[in-house]
Design a protein around this ligand. Structure first.
Ligand code: SF4
Ligand code: SF4
Ligand code: SF4
Ligand code: FES
Length: 348
């Protein structure tokens, strides 16, 4: 990997050629406040919070590539002043009560505010007349609360650059700018596939899962839904799954998950889950022992094969089964039932 050497606050650091100044500083352990930058996405320079001084000029660090010999200062009077103004303009349009917010404690705006500081009296004077944009709660898995949005555009770039969907964008103009869908439809009526990738990248509490509880512990696992085998961490409290997040280090998904992996594990704790065999008799299901159930299945399959032929039978398997279980099912279908009518939910 080609590297370059530059100086940040008097300390020489090495950075990957092609990196931007913000990533280089963060990698070197120097915090520069930022809201609109995400390492997975093209820098946009929207929030103006990552201002630094380079060789005497103020620049936004996320948009400037590193070069050999650059001298960067992250704290000068001009830099501090412009960051303060940029933060005030954001806070002037943002609620200041964090306790009820589900991002409380994980919010980048809180971190930025604590770092830069703000004058609460000035906030009151700057605050514009509130414009109420009702939250979009149409998606079954997450909500969009525009009053907390800082218009960083991370969700828009995520949906466009990473998911290639473009379900959401900036809509309206000027003071009315917001995140929305084509023709201002509810998210559920847009082309959104509910992957939640925008939700996990939103730096504040504007895009939030419908249900979230901090887990007591996490376990590394593999998504049970399909053959891609995405790596995930499953957070639990007691025996309840409370949260799922993608594993950044898993080469199959590098942290991404689809709607099934991210939001679909509710079945594990569902009270409707089957816990014993059931046999249908006279139109109603009754509990049975495993011996009774297996005997019934064997008898009925034999009757069907004798009466209608092997091709009257078909087996559909599931990605929730292990490879060995799927192998056994196709073996049974071909070797015992005598048909190739076997398929799998993850084939397409
Ligand atoms: S988004 Fe952040 S700053 Fe805004 S209310 Fe929530 S926790 Fe507080
Ligand atoms: S959930 Fe996925 S598809 Fe829907 S808006 Fe967010 S990134 Fe786009
Ligand atoms: S919803 Fe979140 S990610 Fe999207 S622009 Fe607003 S603050 Fe940024
Ligand atoms: S992080 Fe650089 S302008 Fe927002």
């Amino acid at each position: 990997m080609d590297t370059v050497k530059l100086t940040i606050d008097g300390v020489e650091v090495e950075a990957a050629a092609g990196a931007n100044l913000l990533d280089a500083a963060l990698d070197a352990g120097v915090y520069i406040p930022h809201l609109c930058h995400h390492p997975d996405l093209t820098p946009s320079g929207a929030c103006r919070l990552c201002m630094v001084d380079v060789n005497g000029r103020s620049v936004v660090a996320c948009r400037v590539p590193v070069e050999d010999g650059l001298t960067v200062s992250t704290e000068t009077p001009d830099v501090t002043k412009s960051r303060k103004v940029a933060l005030e303009l954001i806070l002037a349009n943002h609620p200041l009560e964090c306790l009820p917010c589900s991002a409380n404690g994980k919010c980048e705006l809180q971190r930025v505010s604590a770092f830069i500081g703000h004058d609460a009296d000035r906030m009151v004077r700057l605050r514009r007349t509130e414009t109420a944009v009702p939250p979009d709660t149409s998606n079954p898995f997450f909500d969009l609360e525009m009053e907390k949005c800082v218009l960083c555009g991370i969700c828009v770039r995520t949906c466009d650059e990473l998911q290639n969907i473009g379900a959401i964008d900036f809509t309206h103009r000027g003071m009315d700018t917001r995140i929305g869908t084509f023709a201002d439809r509810p998210i559920i009526d847009s082309s959104c596939v509910s992957c939640g990738e925008c939700v996990v990248r939103c730096p504040v509490g504007a895009l939030v899962p419908k249900t979230f509880e901090d887990p007591a512990r996490e376990a590394a696992s593999i998504c049970p839904f399909c053959g891609v085998g995405c790596g995930m961490f499953i957070g639990t409290r007691g025996n309840r799954i409370t949260h799922v997040r993608g594993d950044q280090d898993n080469p199959a998904n590098r942290g991404s998950l689809c709607v099934k992996g991210r939001f679909g594990l509710g079945y594990v704790n569902s009270p409707d889950r089957l816990t014993e065999p059931l046999i249908r008799e006279n139109g109603a299901l009754r509990p049975a022992t495993w011996d009774e159930a297996l005997t019934t299945v064997t008898r009925r399959l034999t009757e069907i094969k004798e009466k209608h032929g092997a091709d009257a039978f078909a087996a559909m398997s599931s990605a929730k089964c292990s490879n060995e279980e799927n192998y056994l099912l196709q073996k049974f279908t071909r070797g015992v039932m005598g048909t190739n009518n076997v398929d799998h939910c993850a084939r397409t």
